[in-house]
Design a protein around this ligand. Structure first.
Ligand code: GDP
Length: 472
């Protein structure tokens, strides 16, 4: 081989190495409880970046402002077992002849974007002018995060906990599950179809309990609410035992086929085969996390809902208190370095009150905030709208000229001007809550979206926080 060709080969090898060193990959997970706005968020996130070249809506994304982001495309990812996020279907819904909101998240999905950009660092630039950033975006239901505490509970512990929670909540629900489970003979086998039937009654019971009490503390296991691809699988056919005599007895001598041992086996299987791999896959590999919160729903529903959401958020955020949970660190070695918690649907709120919406979110997060910062995770809170479907207008409300929002009401299809109420930037006492009246209404996607770039509020700040530092 000639000297020339070996030098050429060496140079190309060196270039490849540099390229690999400079190229970056980042995994961002998006979560939030049902209806928080995950699908709308990911659709807008992708849409803003895929239109980067002619997108003048991103002044806070520094690399875009500097004209260094050259192109973005959707690329295919390696994790072939994860369904693809339905970006195209979401856009078809939004821009269709009869525009509608895209279908909400029901399980895990993923998308991958590949961004080509000009390197800023002058030393690296000498070696290579352009580089690539690969972004994996993973969408998963927040309800599944609530399963984390289950990993440390036995079936007996979990049953005991459910029993206590039901007692505390002064449960008054008539339910076929309670009747059926009271008649079970746990020491004897029960045919699989009957176990499935009672489990299905339990799932209806917890959903009903949630809709009446708006409390998430009984909404476990998370897959019972949103089963994803496990819908109908026998691993989801179990339920807690409330009978205190059974709970205080020793089961070890009972036959493997007895109902109680069957329920215990399924619970353990669920933990080992579903919950643990889920946290391993989506949590351990995640670099940055965004948690979306629908504060408007909370504001509309009053004090108790506020307290419930506060509790639920603190439960969700326990996943990020590594220091407090050594077991968590041992099990998963989480690697999240940035966490963004965003109040969604800010376009329901007049712009002058966006700061108050953010303060409201911060108040709800309370102590969890300090704990997370203590872990060394960079935390940001923002009030955002992934897809802005209203505009701010001055209008008269109860004899006063006030900043309101105008848009097409989802339920009536009529254009309305809405004043949702004045958000308080202070934490409200229980009594002060009684005096507050909020009137947030749902808005539809308007039929007159002229640009293929989705209008938004602060998605550029979101992008800067989540990926801005990668364009060096
Ligand atoms: P998911 O269950 O977390 O996937 O929630 P979605 O993204 O499906 O959002 C639920 C609903 O919230 C949507 O159908 C919309 O009605 C509303 N929504 C979500 N994002 C926005 C937003 O940015 N602005 C407005 N006005 N509504 C939104």
């Amino acid at each position: 081989m000639s000297d020339k060709s070996s030098i050429k080969r060496l140079l190309s090898k060196a270039e490849q190495l540099v390229e690999r060193g400079v190229d970056k990959r980042i995994r961002i997970a998006v979560t939030g409880l049902s209806g928080a706005g995950k699908t709308a968020f990911i659709t807008s996130f992708m849409n803003q970046l895929l239109h980067i070249v002619d997108n003048d809506q991103l002044p806070f994304l520094r690399a875009a402002k500097e004209g260094r982001i050259l192109a973005t495309k959707v690329s295919s990812y390696d994790e072939l077992h994860i369904p693809e996020f339905k970006y195209k279907q979401s856009l078809d819904a939004i821009f269709g002849a009869q525009p509608k909101w895209p279908a909400s998240t029901t399980g895990v999905s993923q998308a991958q974007l590949d961004i080509r950009y000009t390197i800023k660092n002058e030393w690296l630039q000498k070696l290579q002018k352009h580089s690539h950033l690969t972004i994996d975006i993973i969408d998963y239901p927040g309800e599944w995060l609530l399963d984390l505490p289950l990993l440390r509970l036995s079936f007996k512990d979990w049953s005991m906990q459910c029993r206590e929670l039901l007692e505390q909540s002064g449960d008054v629900l008539e339910s076929s599950w309670r009747e059926q489970s009271a008649q079970m003979i746990y020491q004897k086998p029960l045919p699989d179809e009957e176990v499935a039937e009672v489990s299905s009654a339990y799932k209806s019971f917890i959903k009903q309990h949630f809709s009446q009490q708006q409390t998430y503390n009984l909404l476990q296991p998370g897959r019972f609410i949103l089963p994803g691809e496990l819908s109908g699988a026998p691993v989801l056919d179990f339920f807690p035992v409330l009978d205190i005599d059974i709970l205080s007895s020793d089961w070890s001598s009972l036959s493997e086929e007895s109902l109680i041992r069957t329920l215990e086996k399924r619970f353990n299987y669920y933990k080992k085969q579903i919950v643990e791999p889920f946290f391993k896959e989506y949590f351990e590999k995640v670099d940055r996390q965004i948690l979306l919160v629908d504060c408007l729903e909370v504001l509309n529903n009053g004090y108790q809902n506020y307290r419930n959401m506060q509790f639920t958020l603190s439960e969700l955020l326990k996943s990020f208190h590594y220091g407090h949970s050594n077991w968590l660190k041992r099990m998963f070695s989480p690697s999240i370095d940035k966490l963004l918690i965003a109040a969604t649907k800010a376009d329901h709120v007049p712009p002058e009150q966006h700061r108050d919406l953010e303060s409201f979110l911060q108040k709800m997060l309370q102590d969890s905030r300090n704990d997370i910062q203590y872990e060394g995770i960079e935390l940001e809170t923002l009030a955002i709208s992934a897809i802005k479907v209203t505009e701010a207008v001055m209008a008269e409300h109860q004899g006063q000229k006030l900043m309101c929002v105008k848009g097409v009401e989802l339920s009536s299809g009529e254009e309305i001007i809405n004043y949702p109420g004045k958000l308080s930037s202070q934490a409200l006492s229980k009594d002060a809550w009684q005096e507050q009246q909020y009137d947030f209404v749902d808005f539809a996607i308007p039929g007159n979206l002229t640009s293929s770039i989705l209008p938004h509020i602060r998605m550029d700040k979101v992008l800067q926080f989540l990926i801005g530092d990668k364009f060096r």
